[in-house]
Ligand binder design. Structure first.
Ligand code: AMP
Length: 283
């Protein structure tokens, strides 16, 4: 496995792989790997000939005052885990390499980004879209895998790739959870033991409404109310949003006809966690 830190070398490496007719699989990450990241890598490995990942804590997707500086990092551990997942190349540029001083270009995906997480993180998806375009331009992957835990991100990337006629197939991987149901996240390390316990209410509330849906409830406001009630009954859980949305347009639905996503963001102490569930699929 090679680790590349500069753009020119990364471009040359990827071009060489492509010239051999190989399919490049790509998984962009911010590192500090957990099993969720590794599952994405294993999936990408299965559907490609050569697996490249990136590790880059992207400053432009953090709002002012967020956890950019304290975001967990452990390159040595990540290298070992990536290698065990079959990664052939890690692209790990510095912030200066990706955003030199004279940097001025940003990619904005409209509409899909001004709701859900976009409300409390108004610059987040601009940063995500920008870094993903840059990474795609550098690596030119044939297929890229993103997690459904960040389903708004996945939706935004799919739309961007379609709108900009980019030559990459975007594949979503189901949310990977701890055995007690908590969605895996690099940010879970911020949680104290007590907060970690409280965080279980996120998935519990989603499982609860899945059961209500199975029993025939289709009224989105009742489903939403049920999630809000469960989460607010847990002290110290501060709801950012709970929304029931259409999976493609991310617009709120009143009655669940076919399929809808229940998405939420909750602050527990100073940690903001997101989670979601699809209703109407495998339910
Ligand atoms: P991150 O390093 O948090 O930016 O995540 C890198 C990729 O891993 C993104 O596509 C995330 O959606 C995905 N990911 C993170 N956590 C999970 C999880 N628990 N299950 C599935 N995918 C995940």
């Amino acid at each position: 496995m090679v680790v590349i830190e500069d753009i020119a070398t990364m471009k040359a490496y990827a071009l060489d792989i492509k010239s051999k007719g190989k399919i490049i699989g790509f998984v962009p990450t911010m590192g500090y790997f957990h099993e969720g990241h590794l599952m994405l890598m294993r999936m990408a490995k299965k559907i490609s000939d050569h697996l490249i990942i990136s590790i880059f804590v992207n400053p432009t997707q953090f709002e002012a005052g967020e956890d950019l500086d304290k975001y967990p990092r452990d390159m040595e551990r990540d290298k070992n885990l990536a290698s065990s997942a079959g990664v052939e190349c890690i692209f790990a540029p510095s912030a200066k390499e990706m955003y030199p001083e004279d940097y001025t270009t940003y990619v904005t995906v409209e509409n899909l980004t001004n709701r859900l997480c976009g409300v409390s993180r108004p610059h987040h998806f601009r940063g995500v879209a920008t870094i993903v375009v840059k990474l795609f331009n550098i690596i030119e992957p044939d297929v890229a895998v993103f997690g459904k835990k960040d389903f708004q991100q996945l939706t935004v990337i799919k739309q961007m790739v379609k709108d900009l006629n980019m030559n990459v197939k975007i594949v979503g991987h189901p949310t990977v959870r701890e055995s007690d149901g908590l969605a895996m996240s690099s940010r879970n390390v911020y949680l104290s033991l007590d907060e970690r316990e409280k965080a279980l209410i996120l998935n519990k509330s989603l499982q609860h409404v899945k059961n209500l849906f199975k029993a025939g409830l289709r009224d989105a406001s009742k489903i939403k109310e049920s999630v809000i009630q469960m989460i607010s009954s847990e002290k110290g859980c501060d709801i950012d949003y709970v929304e029931i949305v259409d999976p493609e347009r991310l617009s709120p639905v009143n009655t669940i006809e076919d399929k809808a996503i229940v998405a939420l963001a909750v602050r527990i102490g100073s940690t903001r966690l997101i989670d979601n569930i699809v209703l109407g699929e495998q339910c």
